[in-house]
Design a binder for this molecule. Structure first.
Ligand code: RNT
Ligand code: ZN
Length: 416
């Protein structure tokens, strides 16, 4: 235990914060690591086309995983540098191990994910799979689940159903509930003539996908909205209003991707608005920068605000967390490690916040004291607590974490 930690514990104690209790809560946090940072969202089908659906991965840093085995190796390594005992891994529906000749996404079974299953069971890792409604010729004119053609809709419905079945099997075998998130890129570049019909079709497709029932201990369904994508600037079928209503009516999780809103919209503010009414949330923790919704998360104000709201409103059952970003211009393992560490750091800062005085000040209308308190909190020594946390988990410090990453890059990534 370092001197700086002991001192920090005292300082926090003086403002009524129990540091050990905060660390005990941090220990219980669960996070789903998004596999797709490791393969630039390419997936491992026999034919790999361009990334479509309004997303783009830019950069050509060496070492992109070329198959599921390489991806697992990278994840294994990344996980040794992320201080969390409850990490899960989330896959996109095309990050398969293998496929039979001629097989397509609508007939996936657990066999297509056999290597992931063995790995998950052997390492006690919870696994999640999100259908991939993009990078495929059946995303036609930018539409999948809301397409005019029944054939096309049915194809994608079968893909989603297959992913839910595989998710359930993963949950049974690992004992960890699988969150299954539906995000479809459907929309138009230019102003539509009919805004309603695609939404009615999307709703019917979702109803059909969810008609197969699973215990919530196995599959927890989520639906993800988006504001716009590249080439889908004027209209998104699955908008926030659409999915918020759908989730509320059908008792599903609403997935809030933090990169999927207007730049000045405060995502942290949405947490209590939804949870206060009994709603449940899947967070796709990401960072929007201009047109891109998926930059690596930094320890910035929006992230800290978000973590604070999650700590205040979460009860362990109503908010779930998955990282969602992809950057191919930097070391991909570093992207996982730095982003995940930032999320836990933001969570720790929130857990260490002495909120009593500021809440009391607010309750009696003393907004001057509230402001003074909020600003004073910013210079509390959370960094010493974070370093202690890393040490207790046997992890290198933030300054040192680059060393093993560079070694792995040299030994493994640069040889691909
Ligand atoms: C896209 C959505 C979605 C994707 C993944 C790869 O904007 O955020 O969650 O990131 O499907
Ligand atoms: Zn997302």
């Amino acid at each position: 235990m370092s001197k700086s930690f002991e001192l920090a514990r005292e300082i926090y104690g003086a403002v009524g914060v129990d540091v050990e209790a905060a660390l005990a809560r941090l220990q219980k946090s669960v996070l789903s690591l998004h596999a797709w940072q490791g393969d630039d969202v390419k997936g491992f089908e026999d034919t790999i086309g361009a990334l479509t659906g309004g997303c783009q991965v830019t950069g050509n840093y060496p070492g992109c995983a070329r198959n599921s085995e390489e991806l697992r190796k990278d994840l294994d390594f990344a996980m040794t540098l992320i201080p969390c005992r409850n990490l899960k891994v989330c896959l996109q529906g095309h990050e398969i191990d293998s496929m039979k000749p001629g097989q397509d996404r609508d007939s996936w079974t657990v066999e297509n994910f056999a290597g992931w299953m063995d790995w998950a069971v052997a390492n006690h890792i919870g696994m999640e799979i999100a259908p991939a409604f993009y990078s495929h010729p059946k995303l036609d004119h930018g539409l999948s689940l809301s397409h005019e053609s029944e054939d096309i809709r049915k194809f994608w419905i079968r893909h989603a159903q297959a992913c839910r079945r595989v998710s359930a099997e993963f949950a049974r075998r690992t004992g960890v509930t699988a969150v299954c998130n539906e995000w479809a890129p459907d929309g138009y570049k230019d102003s539509p003539a009919d805004r309603r019909a695609p939404r009615e079709r999307l709703q019917a497709s979702l109803d059909e996908i969810f008609s197969e029932k699973f215990a919530e201990t196995e599959v927890l369904d989520a639906v993800e909205s988006k504001l716009f994508g590249i080439g889908v600037e004027s209209y998104t079928v699955g908008s926030h209003d659409f999915y918020l209503s759908y989730a509320a009516r059908n008792n599903k999780l609403i997935c809030l991707d933090t990169g999927h809103f207007h730049p000045t919209e405060n995502i942290a503010d949405k947490i209590s608005a939804i949870t206060a009414q009994g709603g449940r949330i899947l967070l796709h923790v990401s960072r929007g920068v201009r047109w891109d919704s998926d930059h690596v998360i930094l320890l910035d104000d929006p992230l800290m605000d978000l973590a604070r709201e999650c700590v205040r409103n979460g009860n362990g059952k109503n908010i779930f967390y998955t990282l969602d970003y992809f950057d191919a211009s930097i070391n991909r393992v570093a992207a996982w490690v730095i982003g995940a560490r930032n999320w836990f750091k933001a969570t720790l800062i929130a857990l260490l916040e002495p909120s009593k005085t500021m809440c009391e000040a607010e309750a009696c209308g003393d907004f001057t004291l509230r402001m003074a308190e909020k600003e004073a909190v910013k210079s509390l020594p959370w960094g010493a607590v974070w370093n202690e946390w890393l040490e207790r988990n046997g992890m290198p410090s933030d300054a040192e974490v680059i060393v093993p990453i560079r070694e792995y890059e040299k030994a493994v990534l640069l040889n691909r």
